[in-house]
Design a protein around this ligand. Structure first.
Ligand code: UGA
Length: 423
């Protein structure tokens, strides 16, 4: 199939590379010329396991990036993968969705053959039907053939996005009509996964509800963890007993410093805002966010109890990315923690295997170190904020500290004297 993808961000680029990997002929439309140039030289603008290999195998063969919509009508299916960042009130900013839809509509003006426009971006329920469809149709012109609409949410975890694309738990295809859904299904030919066919709005809600539920599991574990800590018991032991109930399952029950990233905080906030607009009080979802905002304070409270006044104390922070295997620091729990430390006069020495550069763009005032040992040297305390596997074996390195005060926010360390945030 010929597939055009609008937006070369994390979802668009991974989808483009994976669809090329499935054998489709893929055109990636991206406004940023530097990104287009990088992609066409098979250089990935983001770090994502397996992506570089896919780009080098398919760029120049069946994958091309461009800034122009000119050849979009030659594709059979177009996927909208542009960003939907949060507005100050927590609702999703749909301006990029609207402009992409308008440009698709213009590009399809007078195309006679059937075409499917699919939304992959995470959008509030109702967006495909009420915004994308009219924006596309307004510009396609009376002579244009029929256009089908699909909403196909993504469930890609950063760091594992290529794996999640190729081996998904399920594929959700919401469609305006049966033909659109049928045509779109063939995009995923070759992937072995259950396919759920729904209407457009239900597909949009499946995405929000999935992320909100996963975030709820994490905040639930964190709340139980805070109680466990006070009682002197280990929340990981507790959750290992809870998670074996197949109705619950063991995943996403890891207590710690909370969830970050570009998805959970944004999507839960957008769902809260959607419910409020409909006069529904989203009590549970508000609490999920509340617990998450408080976890970074918890780790600072433990630090204060252990070392007292932080003025001029050197605090090593290990882990800046919002999770391991990524250089992404969006909504990372390290941000509120470091801000609090700096506000209290601490000297922060930070180290992350991949995210030093991205964090220094946001917090330039702290020291960035090339290794954990460097950050730990002469430190008065250490906080671990990202679950990087390379931190698991740290032990002797902590002897470089002025005092071995180690607080683990992610249950990643194996040394015996680390204190956990919830254990
Ligand atoms: C999340 C979802 O897992 C994907 O299914 C979804 O497609 C994606 O959002 C999206 O909407 O695009 P991602 O943001 O990459 O993926 O990261 P996760 O692996 O879900 O982790 C999110 C945060 O939760 C991280 O900060 C992580 O450290 C934290 N977390 C995760 C916990 O604190 N405890 C856990 O048990 C699991």
């Amino acid at each position: 199939m010929r597939v055009s993808i609008i937006g070369g961000g994390y979802v668009g680029l991974v989808s483009a590379a994976c669809m090329a990997g499935l054998g489709h002929s893929v055109m990636l439309i991206e406004i940023d010329e530097n990104k287009v140039e990088a992609i066409n030289s098979a250089k990935s603008p983001i770090y994502e396991k397996g992506l570089a290999e896919l780009l080098s195998a398919h760029v120049g063969r069946n994958l091309l990036a461009t800034t122009s919509y000119e050849n979009l009508a030659r594709s059979d299916v177009s996927l909208i993968c542009v960003g939907t960042p949060p507005l100050p009130d927590g609702s999703a900013d749909l301006s990029m969705i609207e402009s992409a839809s308008t440009l698709i509509g213009k590009a399809l003006a007078n195309k006679e053959k059937y075409h499917v426009v699919a939304v992959k971006s995470t959008v509030p329920p109702g967006t495909t039907q009420n915004l994308v469809m009219p924006a596309v149709q307004k510009h396609t012109g009376k002579n244009a053939g029929k256009i089908g609409f699909v909403m196909n949410p993504e469930f890609l975890r950063e760091g594992l996005a290529v794996h999640d694309f190729m081996k998904p738990d399920r594929i959700v295809i919401g469609s305006s009509d049966v033909r659109a859904g049928d045509v779109f299904e063939s995009v995923y030919q070759g992937i072995d996964a259950p396919i759920i066919r729904t209407g457009l709005i239900a597909a949009e809600m499946i995405k929000y509800a999935s992320n909100a539920f996963l975030a709820t599991k994490i905040s639930f574990s964190n709340e139980i963890g805070n109680v466990c800590k006070k009682m002197g018991i280990d929340v990981y032991e507790v959750m290992s007993g809870v998670g074996l109930d197949h109705r619950i399952n063991p995943h996403f029950l890891n207590a710690g410093v909370g969830f970050g990233g570009s998805c959970f905080p944004k999507d839960v906030s957008a769902l809260i805002s959607l419910a409020e607009k409909m006069d529904i009080a989203p009590v549970l979802l508000r609490s999920v966010m509340d617990v998450n905002e408080k976890q970074p304070q918890k780790i600072v409270e433990i630090l204060l109890r252990r070392v007292g006044d932080l003025k001029a104390k050197r605090i090593a922070v290990l882990g800046l990315a919002f999770k391991n295997d990524t250089d992404d620091v969006r909504e990372s729990r390290a941000i509120p923690v470091i801000k609090e430390l700096v506000g209290r006069g601490a000297l922060v020495a930070a180290y992350d295997p991949k995210a030093n550069a991205s964090m220094s763009a946001i917090l330039p005032e702290i020291e960035y170190c090339g290794s954990a040992s460097h950050a730990l040297t002469n430190a008065d305390a250490c906080l671990v904020l990202t679950e990087w596997p390379e931190f698991a074996d740290l032990d002797k390195e902590f002897d470089l500290m002025r005092s071995r005060v180690i607080i683990d926010g992610r249950r990643v360390l194996s040394c015996r004297d680390a204190e956990g945030i919830c254990w």
